[in-house]
Design a protein around this ligand. Structure first.
Ligand SMILES: Cc1ncc(COP(=O)(O)O)c(C=O)c1O
Length: 345
């Protein structure tokens, strides 16, 4: 029997169990929040199927926080950003269709297109190129046959961002080629400086994907969203969402709404937590002579490199993340000690 090829996250800490890792540095969200900490009140919440597009108050709030031209009707709430990416690929692609995707990337950005049988062309982002997008190269990869370009910013796993100018150029490429630009903005609000505008606010050729999981530390509620200002496209997307799960969870969407309503108080604290983690990792890299890195522009993941190491030597060292200062310090000390054992002459 032939199955669609999709890769399981076999090493996900959530699947391996919390006691498997002494220090988990591979998380991509800030510290997990609890209902109590967020002060979430359910009251006598009714539990019907929800609005198929997502809780209207939640969509209105997301729209308000996403720029001037985005309205509540342009927002589709999904089961995480992963759900949004699945909706987009399954709506826009048929077997053989061409798309261009930044690589490396969060797997759903290319795994779903591959499973559909699309012609998936990688736009490779390299350590030596500071993991940046090569806009000219990308322009040469896009043709009249291309259905969409899929890029992640801030990038997973490197945290690198493209600039506002580059975002405008990317939108221009999509508009010129009559294709879509999908920007996975899951880490958007974790930018260390000013976040980029929501791409869908700038053009109806851009589709934005975002999530409650990473910035807000609530990946357990499975709430994300996509934004498109093209009503026909939205109709296709809602149809796909209905095939997957009819609607979202009213409980999850209530938590998302009440969390986002606290944005003014929560976001500065979250950004402070992220800055603290960045300082710890940055100091560690500066003082760790066996490593070099591309400094991230946002998010809580980055890529380090051990110059001269063989593939075999590298196999234990492939991702560093940070969320809790204590865990981070101890975990990084463990990496330093393993580096000495493996690589010091
Ligand atoms: C870039 C990116 N997009 C999407 C997702 C999916 O996030 P979620 O489905 O939890 O919103 C992730 C999770 O790691 C991610 O890193």
């Amino acid at each position: 029997m032939k199955y669609a090829r999709m890769i399981m996250e076999a090493e996900a800490p959530d699947m391996a169990g919390p006691d498997t890792f002494l220090y988990n540095l591979a998380e991509s969200s800030v510290r997990d929040r609890t209902l109590g900490e967020l002060g979430i009140e359910f009251g006598d919440l009714a539990l019907p199927y929800g609005d198929h597009y997502g809780n209207p108050d939640l969509r209105a709030l997301i729209a308000e926080q996403s720029g001037t031209d985005v309205g509540a009707d342009d927002v589709l709430v999904t089961a995480g950003a992963a759900g949004a990416l699945f909706v987009i690929s399954s709506s826009l692609l048929e077997p053989g269709d061409h798309m261009v995707v930044g690589f490396p990337n969060y797997a759903t950005n290319y795994e779903t297109p591959i499973a559909i049988g699309a012609n998936v062309e990688e736009h490779v982002q390299t350590f030596d190129g500071n993991f940046s997008i090569d806009v000219d190269k990308l322009a040469s990869q896009v043709t009249a046959e291309t259905r969409f370009i899929s890029l992640t910013c801030p990038h997973n796993p490197t945290g690198v961002m493209f600039s506002r100018r580059e975002l405008d150029q990317l939108i221009h490429i999509a508009e010129q080629n009559d294709c879509w630009l999908v920007v996975d903005e899951t880490y958007r609000e974790m930018a260390y400086g000013e976040p980029l505008p929501v791409a869908a606010d700038l053009s109806d050729r851009a589709i934005s994907v975002c999530s409650m999981s990473k910035t807000w530390g609530v990946p357990g509620i499975r709430v994300g969203w996509l934004i498109t200002r093209d009503p026909d496209l939205m109709e296709t997307f809602i149809s796909a969402k209905e095939q997957i799960g009819i609607t979202g969870s009213v409980l999850d969407e209530t938590v998302a709404l009440q969390t986002l309503q606290q944005r003014k108080t929560l976001l500065p604290l979250i950004r402070e937590e992220i800055a603290q983690g960045l300082t710890i990792v940055s100091d560690w890299v500066q003082n760790e002579p066996m490593l070099e890195w591309v400094r991230p522009d946002g998010g809580v993941t980055c890529c380090v490199r051990i110059p001269g190491a063989s593939d075999d030597q590298m196999r234990h060292f492939y991702e560093v993340g940070w969320t809790r200062p204590d865990t981070t310090r101890k975990g990084l000390r463990c990496i330093s000690s393993a580096l000495k054992r493996c690589f010091a002459d």
